[in-house]
Design a protein around this ligand. Structure first.
Ligand code: C6P
Length: 408
């Protein structure tokens, strides 16, 4: 199962462009957001050219067509993560909003002072701050599974935290900095053994390898379209029906109601209960097209390709004197390579690489506590997706040698 990468690259118009210096773009920042194939761009373009209307409100042709396309997209996303029923897929703005939805609805209805929620030290801020807010408001207790020196989670500590009877365990499937892929099956099973509800931050897993909510038996899964070849402005929350049906609504307004009186309302059924107001309709269509596109390429083939690129990148980066990599060995991680370069600030690394068209991200990548743990204010980070090549890794490596020379 090898990908035809040159054919794939031809489907991404942006990959054909040059950067400001007239050099070809080497896009190594898909962890921040992925590029979009023609299939997605054209699906959204077609929607606006042919079918644009508001949904769930009109009986005219366009309204019905737009509604059908929006609900069709929900089915595509359900299929993508193997949800048993499309009604279990709630459209949100992104992973961040999906996790906040759980925190504002399920958690506020179910957690009280002193209740324990377990997170990990490698969380993105979007799986930390909603729980900090709840801690301040409700007095819930937060504990963290430590990250070990080998950049994997300390499961011994996890087991001992589970003995304290948590109500919630919420953690990332794959770290956006370390690339660590966590053993979610085992972690979910152990959480369920003590009756805890599980939330998986799938922002970095769902786009890159096959994630099956039924096989995982996860209670909630959050992910974003823009990291999986889809548009910005839309994401999804998958939830178990039994939980979603009991949860209070999130935002109030149009579409999320069955009936409104002057002084009261009756909430709609799922998924509408959680989708107040006019949603991102064209974006949903693009999201569905992205799911179709990734499935047509094949998630297993994508995962294998990314693994090969990552292995190669880690080997090549390791060769460079002064480069220190943060993350486990290639067999335990996805397509992310975060690194520091002795004596050079990560922002300078990224800026100098940009002169050669190489786009990497520098900063704390919205994982400040993780950086603090390893005593770093920031790292540079290259990340890989289905359209990246070993040749692009070579350009990254050449660029880092140039940075070294510049600062020598
Ligand atoms: N990480 C990165 O460059 P949103 O912004 O809601 O689509 O995704 C948030 C998010 C949540 N969890 C993880 C593990 C993530 O990686 C991200 C987004 C980007 O690493 C932007 S900060």
């Amino acid at each position: 199962m090898t990908l035809n990468v040159s054919q794939i690259r031809s489907q991404f118009p942006i990959l054909q462009r040059e950067t400001a210096n007239g050099v070809p773009l080497v896009y190594l920042d898909s962890t921040a957001t992925s590029q979009k194939p023609l299939a997605v761009i054209e699906a959204m373009n077609d929607f606006y050219r042919r079918s644009n209307a508001n949904i769930h409100r009109g009986v005219h042709t366009l309204a019905e067509e737009a509604t059908a396309l929006y609900e069709e997209a929900r089915k595509k996303i359900a299929k993508f993560v193997n949800a048993p029923d499309a009604r279990q897929v709630i459209f949100t703005r992104n992973t961040t909003e999906s996790i906040n939805l759980v925190a504002y609805t399920w958690a506020r209805a179910n957690l009280k002072e002193g209740d324990l929620a377990i997170l990990t030290e490698m969380e993105h801020h979007s799986n930390l701050v909603p729980w900090h807010i709840l801690q301040a408001e409700r007095g819930i207790r937060l504990e963290f599974i430590p990250v070990k020196d080998d950049f994997t989670l300390d499961l011994e500590t996890y087991r001992s935290l589970l003995d304290q009877g948590p109500k919630l365990v919420s953690f990332t499937h794959m770290s956006n900095v370390l690339g660590t892929i966590n053993p979610v099956d085992e972690m979910i099973r152990l959480a369920h053994d003590v009756g805890a509800v599980t939330v998986i931050d799938g922002a970095q897993s769902v786009p890159h390898f096959s994630v099956d909510v039924q096989a995982l038996d996860v209670d909630f899964l959050a992910f974003s379209a823009h990291k999986m070849c889809g548009p910005t402005g839309i994401g999804a929350l998958y939830g178990k029906t039994s939980l979603l049906e009991k949860m209070p609504p999130f935002l109030g307004g149009g579409d999320m109601i069955k009936e409104v009186k002057l002084r009261s309302f009756r909430a709609n059924t799922i998924p509408a209960k959680f989708e107040a107001g006019t949603p991102a309709i064209a974006e949903a269509v693009g999201f569905g097209a992205a799911a179709d596109y990734l499935l047509s390429v094949g998630m297993d083939a994508i995962a294998i390709h990314e693994h090969q690129i990552t292995e190669y990148a880690l080997d090549r980066l390791e060769e460079i004197p002064g480069v220190k990599l943060f993350g486990p060995t290639a067999d335990k991680k996805g397509g992310v390579a975060a690194f520091s370069l002795d004596g050079v600030h990560p922002h300078d690394v990224a800026q100098i690489l940009d002169r050669d068209g190489v786009a990497v991200r520098a900063g704390h990548h919205c994982a400040q506590p993780l950086h603090e743990k390893f005593g770093l204010p920031a790292t540079s980070r290259a990340s890989f997706y289905l359209y990246n090549t070993k040749g692009e890794v070579d350009k990254l490596v050449d660029g880092i040698y140039k940075v070294k020379k510049y600062f020598a």
